[in-house]
Design a protein around this ligand. Structure first.
Ligand code: GLU
Length: 449
């Protein structure tokens, strides 16, 4: 897809020039700006107030050194990031990713996406993201703890329950959040809701663990319902086997579907009987082992090296829940050929732009990550509410609120897509609906940022 208007083409060229060598950030910005051409035409006040130029520039970018000592007594140095992208509608909010692929461009793409995703939830949360190129894989608990403490020693200066509220993402789960929370408390002498995804015994919210995966399925249910369809008796392929993938699988089963394949970064498993989710949970959440080990107790299953080929497995519903750009044009064509009906992104930007085009051209129901995976951060928003109230809601209460939020995201995306002439295009709808709320808030607050 290319730009129709000189205005957006110029802006995109400036982003590419001013943020060199950050392909993921360019990709995320381009997708949004392409959807913004009709919005700019309808709303000249946004152009006049420089909203588009301002929204693609982070309010603040923090990069810092993280030194720590490994189990052999050697000093290790990693790089830490926090991008405070946009605070028009609330404190910066977004996860922390610990993965060797993390760099400034990756965190900027994630922070940029977070602005629109958080806006779509209807809760008052701005957009931010952070992380490090630290790899928790293969590290001892002690090493992870020392890294987290060092990371938080710097991060604590920049965050706060009314300023910026980080959470988890790839490589950051309950263990890492716990170590970082402990260090923040020690440094600030404050027990506040400065992080979300906390343990249930110290301010965490029920359903937060399940929320991204469950939310992704609730969103898919809404899309399927527009065509009078449901999860019942469908075969589902889910990439990944982390927190998002596991709970997307759990909800798929609850809704009457069969999950036939899951993956990790080494390869994928296919089980014609349906993946035994308890076994995957045991391997991934408890033992921290590779998914290949699933075959030991499941001889009917097969394993294939290389995670990308998972999209060759026939299914009617595909949920990419691993990482960015994991599903390319070829994979999208295979999925379409095999009869896929719905694709919903549990991960952030897992489909390449060419893959998205294939889904849209073939009228596949396609839920972009900003909408389909917003359940995680939405439930983080609910955790913040409970922390402010100094109260906890029951599992059912939080789950009901999550369901309602996902239903509302679906209807606002659909409504915006319809207004802009393409009802089934959730990419257009999610970007526009997410943008309008933030743009109006920026407009009303004047030109200070
Ligand atoms: N990392 C998640 C996301 O991509 C959750 C962020 C949060 O809970 O703040 O939305």
């Amino acid at each position: 897809m290319s730009f129709r208007t000189e205005y957006m083409q110029d802006l995109m060229s400036r982003v590419e020039k001013n943020h060199p060598a950050q392909p993921e950030f360019h990709q995320a910005v381009k997708e949004v700006l392409l959807c913004m051409e009709p919005v700019a035409e309808k709303n000249p006040q946004y152009v006049q107030a420089g909203i588009f130029e301002r929204i693609v520039e982070p309010e603040r970018a923090i990069v810092f050194r993280v030194s720590w000592v490994d189990d052999n007594g050697n000093v290790q140095v990693n790089r830490g990031f926090r991008i405070q992208f946009n605070s028009a509608i609330g404190p910066y909010k977004g996860g922390l990713r610990f993965h060797p692929s993390v760099n400034l461009g990756v965190i900027k793409f994630l922070g940029f996406e977070q602005i629109f995703k958080n806006s779509l939830t209807g809760l008052p949360m701005g957009g931010g993201k952070g992380g490090s190129d630290f790899d928790p894989k293969g590290k001892s608990d002690g090493e992870v703890m020392r890294f987290c403490q060092s990371f938080m020693t710097e991060l604590a200066k920049h965050i706060g329950p009314n300023t910026d509220v980080p959470a988890g993402d790839i490589g950051v789960g309950a263990r890492e959040i716990g170590y970082m929370y402990g260090q923040y408390k020690r440094l600030q002498n404050e027990f506040t809701g400065v992080l979300t995804g906390k343990g249930l015994n110290y301010g965490g919210s029920l359903v937060r663990t399940q929320a991204t995966g469950y939310g992704c399925c609730y969103f898919t249910q809404e899309m399927l319902a527009t065509r009078g369809d449901s999860f019942k008796d469908k075969e589902v392929v889910i990439s990944g086997s982390g927190n998002v993938a596991i709970y997307a699988a759990e909800k798929s089963y609850e809704l009457g579907a069969k999950v036939v394949a899951m993956s990790d970064s080494n390869g994928y498993i296919y089980d014609p009987n349906g993946i035994d989710l308890d076994a995957v949970k045991q391997l991934k959440e408890v033992e921290r082992k590779r998914i290949k080990e699933y075959l030991t107790d499941h001889p009917q299953a097969t394993y294939e090296e290389g995670c990308h080929n998972i999209w060759n497995v026939k299914c009617q519903i595909a949920l990419p829940c691993a990482t960015q750009n994991e599903l390319n044009k070829e994979a999208a064509e295979t999925l379409v050929k095999n009869g896929v009906i719905a694709v919903a992104e549990g991960a952030n930007m897992p489909s390449t732009p060419e893959a998205v085009d294939i889904f849209l051209e073939n009228k596949v129901l396609f839920g972009p990550g900003k909408a389909a995976n917003a359940g995680g951060v939405a439930t983080s928003g609910l955790e913040m509410s409970q922390n402010s109230l100094r109260y906890s809601w029951s599992f059912e209460e939080v789950d009901e609120k999550l369901k309602l939020i996902m239903k509302n995201i679906h209807s606002s995306a659909r409504e915006a897509a319809t207004t802009y002439g393409d009802a089934d295009n959730y990419v257009l709808g999610a970007n526009i609906a997410g943008f309008l709320k933030v743009a109006d808030a920026m407009y009303m607050q004047g030109i200070a940022y």
